[in-house]
Design a protein around this ligand. Structure first.
Ligand code: ATP
Ligand code: LTN
Length: 334
């Protein structure tokens, strides 16, 4: 608890260009959570360096992600939006938690397996201990809830295990967090291969819609989306392409799947795709307008960063001090 509210924590890595999947599956659902919870959303730039980054691009991406959080509707006066690397407690607790995390546990992480296969030339120790740093992010803020997609569930489980392990020795240090999966966690699949999730690190740009894609690009990509030869617009396991487009339409418009199917009753795939593309353009247009305004307002962004960094540091350092003391580290003279 922080004040009289439960705490909610999440974040995204500042790598690649955000996709419609990131937006509909995560970011969009974070808006307004601050009414019920004390919310922290990090730009996870320390996690980003588990794969090599070009410095100029990395700087730009991190800033752009922060601006996107705001553009998507996270009010920075009501949500603590900040850069992970500005709060050194993350790296410090990350190290401590490395010492409470077992090799065997880390070996089981599917994200590690996937990413080490993808970056076979750079399977570094940071990629391996990624979950301990993620646990540090969450536990520093004593988070009760962590909204993430299903793909992050395993990382949340290990976070809980680590927290319980620490608490068993140093009583009451951490709040044990729970996943927060929302009403109907939309999982958006690749337009080119609807059995694979839409992902910002996909090499084929036609599989993903990026948040900054212009309307023509969106229409073109959706027109090319893989469907099937059956020509009926219904949600079904044996129709992954059509189901994915229905999922996108439903998440973009807020309509149920049934209502979405109804909207296209008696129509062909051409009209269907156009309708889906329009719903995506409508949802992205205000986001893009906001983003373009915010990213150019340097003074505003700087003010937000400073204020929120301070708040994040205050809360995180409090947890770190508590643990340091319990573990028997010597006091740091103030
Ligand atoms: P990468 O390709 O770099 O691994 P990613 O696109 O999978 O990245 P993450 O940074 O791992 O994205 O995820 C950020 C958030 O977006 C997470 O909460 C994740 O669950 C969510 N997310 C990512 N892709 C999708 C998707 N296709 N559908 C729904 N949610 C998604
Ligand atoms: N691993 C997450 C990003 C992430 C995160 C976190 C999410 C890093 N630290 C703490 C929630 C809470 C991802 O790849 N989506």
């Amino acid at each position: 608890m922080l004040g009289d509210k439960k705490v909610l924590y999440s974040g995204m890595q500042a790598t690649g260009n955000l996709t419609l999947g990131n937006y509909l599956g995560a970011l969009k659902n974070w808006v307004n959570l601050n009414e019920e919870y004390e919310c922290f959303f990090g730009v996870m730039d320390l996690h980003s360096i588990t794969v090599r980054q070009n410095p100029a691009e990395f700087r730009k991406r991190a800033k752009s992600l922060l601006a996107l959080y705001i553009a998507a509707g996270l009010d920075p006066e009501k949500n603590c939006i900040y850069y992970q690397s500005h709060v050194s407690a993350h790296a410090e607790l990350g190290w401590i938690l490395d010492c409470f995390t077992y090799m065997g546990e880390l070996n089981r992480m599917t994200q590690f397996k996937d990413k080490s296969a993808k970056h076979a030339d750079n399977v570094n120790a940071g990629l391996f201990t990624y979950p301990a740093l993620m646990a540090a992010d969450i536990l520093l803020y004593q988070a009760d809830y962590v909204p993430v997609g299903r793909d992050q569930q395993q990382h949340l489980e290990i976070t809980r295990d680590i927290a319980e392990r620490v608490n068993a020795i140093y009583e009451g240090v951490f709040t044990i967090p729970e996943g927060y999966y929302g009403k109907r966690g939309a999982k958006i699949m690749s337009l080119q291969d609807p059995t694979k999730k839409m992902s910002k690190s996909d090499e084929n740009p036609n599989g993903s819609i990026y948040l900054m894609d212009d309307p023509d690009t969106i229409v073109r990509k959706i027109k090319r989306a893989v469907t099937d030869s059956d020509n009926s617009i219904r949600y079904s396991e044996d129709k992954p392409g059509v189901s994915n487009l229905l999922d996108i339409y439903s998440a973009a418009t807020g309509k149920s799947i049934q209502e979405s199917e109804k909207d296209f009753e008696g129509k062909g795939y051409g009209d269907f795709k156009l309708g889906v593309a329009e719903s995506v353009v409508d949802v992205l247009k205000p986001l893009q307008d906001n983003y373009n305004r915010i990213i150019n307002d340097k003074a505003y962004l700087e003010e937000i960063i400073k204020k929120n960094d301070d708040k994040a540091r205050y809360v995180a350092n409090k947890t770190l001090r508590k643990l340091r003391k319990k573990m028997g580290f010597t006091d740091i003279p103030r």
